[in-house]
Design a protein around this ligand. Structure first.
Ligand code: C2E
Ligand code: CA
Ligand code: CA
Length: 601
């Protein structure tokens, strides 16, 4: 048999084995693991063979280690280790495998060219359904940049301490994609230079880089970074220092004699312009833009980390302006930060004094027009009688560590309302509560909700937790998943909010026990122009997958009619009722009952 056919045959057998792989822990099969590990290197080792050969590696692994696939398949993973690899870590790996245990550790490994990197490694035992063989799945994450920063911070804190020569030896100075200095070196040079004498740094970020990677592939992405790095270098002057400090981010330290007030912005504009011409690789060509944030010292502050934070704040604004722009950090950015702190303090007070309100917006059964339940929406009354909208303070509560306090307040108020309402109503109704990612990451969240439901004596099936779809791609997905599963076990419903506006995919819908999908208002608005493609698709998907579907932001009779045609189950929007104070609900209901026949004629 020719060699290539042999290889193909072997690959097929391996794929077949992998499909059958049963993995310990929350992810039970290999396909699922692969889907969840977009950025991780994945390896599979056959430990039934005394040599422990690699039988599978994914592309990320090859990118991290810079090997070719046929150089590593069949090899023992020892080739990743070298002089700097900790003996103790090797030993721990050996004994974990001997005892068929999972293991997480960070270990010094080596790329093909001998460059060191910190491999943050998870080893998970697996076995095959079909064969008796045993395997280990390895997940690799290149943590070099993070650890370098960590060490630098320790170094900055204790500037008198001399890092030992071994430590210095391990830190390589350049970034292997662009050949520029790396993050560590940039911070080190900045610290050595000091921020007491006038100067400035620029942070340069390639706009939409992840799109470029997704659309054109990583090879092209690397090419863009390399070209961008060159162009930035050419746009600078002799003596300016440029480094690549994150995936798609470059930093520049302007040379000491720079007249910052007059030159920093002009240099930044030149850098941003220099990136603009098309970049090509083979047949592929694309244009990119870059955003630049500038921070000056010492007038805007001193200390390397403070200056970098200032530049990040400026960059963030440049990004918010749609990219391609240059923003100089201003002291009023700091003032705005202070303002956020002030709002957080006031919010804490308002919560303590129970001045925060939870308003209720009705949700309606589309077929009958009957009341189905309410969505709880938080409101902050102001002295002038107006309300501060949740969009203005929920993100601040999240940033400032107040979201648990706010979130549990909303839950308790909502439960008070619904148990009171249902004790008088002929037909019990449900309540839907918005929960942010920070709350869902708390391992105790589901248990707490369940306990409160018990305390109020509410039927758990009448409680819905609304999650935005971006929660499902969170870093701490396992904790979030456990909370969702726990809620599900107890009968609490879960709705996926703003569906179609974020990153969730059909596979998320399949994988998570989600009961309802909420169609975002932006898609309901499109119904007005006869554009029902997205609503139709979501309703079809929901039906196929056996999930409920709620359209939100319904404002007109035309939208209602279109949703009726499409077979949507529930609706919510100003057409039926705006969010209202709990005390106003009885009056609203009386009114609604009167209008209902006309709306649902
Ligand atoms: P959301 O969950 O998508 O809530 C729906 C938003 O649309 C609400 O805005 C609601 O007042 C508004 N809305 C409802 N029907 C209509 C309509 O027919 N037309 C128009 N133009 N708007 C409509 P709101 O109350 O300002 O809430 C904004 C967001 O704040 C919510 O979006 C939710 O993500 C968040 N939020 C609200 N309350 C809470 C809370 O208690 N906890 C958390 N974590 N987030 C909350
Ligand atoms: Ca919601
Ligand atoms: Ca929504």
């Amino acid at each position: 048999m020719p060699l290539c056919e042999l290889i193909q045959k072997a690959q097929k057998t391996v794929q077949h084995t992998l499909d059958d792989l049963l993995i310990d822990g929350p992810m039970s099969n290999f396909a699922e693991l692969q889907q969840q590990s977009a950025a991780l290197g994945i390896t599979v080792v056959n430990i039934s063979n005394p040599d422990h050969p690699l039988i599978y590696v994914n592309d990320n692994f090859l990118r991290i280690t810079e090997y070719e696939r046929d150089e590593v398949i069949g090899q023992n993973c020892r080739f990743l280790q070298g002089a700097g690899t900790d003996q103790g870590a090797r030993h721990r790996i050996g004994s974990a495998i001997a005892e068929r245990r999972s293991l997480n550790l960070t270990i010094m490994n080596y790329r093909r060219n001998g460059q060191e990197f910190w491999n943050s490694l998870s080893l998970i035992p697996a076995r095959s359904r079909a064969h008796d063989a045993e395997y280990y799945v390895g997940l690799q994450f290149d943590a070099s940049a993070m650890l370098a920063e960590h060490r630098l911070l320790a170094f900055l804190k204790d500037a008198t301490r001399q890092p030992d020569s071994d430590e210095l030896h391990r830190l390589s100075f350049t970034d292997h994609v662009t050949g520029l200095l790396n993050r560590h070196t940039f911070f080190e040079r900045l610290a050595l230079r000091g921020t007491e004498t006038p100067g400035a740094i620029l942070l340069i970020d390639i706009d939409g880089f992840s799109n470029i990677n997704d659309t054109f592939g990583h090879e092209f992405g690397d090419r863009v970074l390399k070209v961008a790095g060159q162009r930035i270098s050419y746009a600078l002057r002799n003596g300016d220092m440029v480094a690549r400090i994150a995936a798609d981010q470059f930093a520049v330290l302007l040379r000491p004699d720079t007249d910052v007030a007059n030159e920093a912005e002009a240099i930044s504009e030149r850098v941003a312009r220099s990136i603009a011409p098309p970049i090509t690789l083979g047949e592929t060509q694309c244009r990119v833009t870059a955003s630049v944030g500038i921070a000056r010292f010492p007038e805007d502050g001193v200390g390397a980390s403070g200056i970098v934070r200032n530049a990040e704040m400026a960059l963030h604004r440049a990004k918010n302006w749609g990219g391609g722009s240059v923003v100089m950090y201003e002291l009023n950015f700091r003032r705005e930060q202070t303002e956020r702190h002030r709002i957080a303090l006031e919010l804490r007070e308002a919560l303590k004094e129970k001045r925060i309100q939870v308003h209720m917006q009705p949700q309606i059964h589309l077929e009958t027009g009957e009341l189905y339940g309410f969505e709880a929406l938080v409101r902050w009354p102001q002295p002038d009688g107006s309300y501060r909208a949740p969009g203005e303070f929920v993100p601040i509560a999240e940033d400032m560590g107040l979201i648990d306090m706010l979130g549990s307040y909303v839950v308790i108020r909502s439960f008070e309302f619904i148990s009171d309402y249902n004790s008088k109503a002929e037909k019990p109704v449900s309540v839907a509560i918005n929960v942010s990612a920070d709350q869902m990451r708390d391992m105790a969240f589901a248990n707490w909700i369940v306990a409160e439901i018990g305390r109020f004596g509410i039927n758990p099936e009448l409680v819905t937790i609304e999650l935005t779809e971006n929660i499902l791609i969170d870093r701490l997905l396992n904790d979030i998943m456990e909370n969702i599963q726990e809620l599900n076990r107890f009968g609490v419903r879960v709705a996926l909010d703003d569906f179609g506006t974020g990153w969730a995919s059909l596979s998320h819908l399949q994988r998570f026990p989600i009961d309802y999908i909420k169609i975002d208002r932006s898609f309901v608005t499109q119904l007005e122009n006869g554009d029902d493609a997205i609503c139709r698709a979501v309703i079809d998907i929901a039906e196929t997958m056996g999930k409920g579907v709620i359209a939100e932001g319904v404002e007109t009779k035309e939208q209602l009619a279109a949703l009726q045609n499409l077979g949507c189950q529930y609706v919510q929007g100003f057409l039926f009722g705006k969010p209202m104070h709990c005390d106003e609900v009885p009056d609203w209901l009386a009114n609604y009952e009167a209008e209902r026949a006309q709306l649902f004629a």
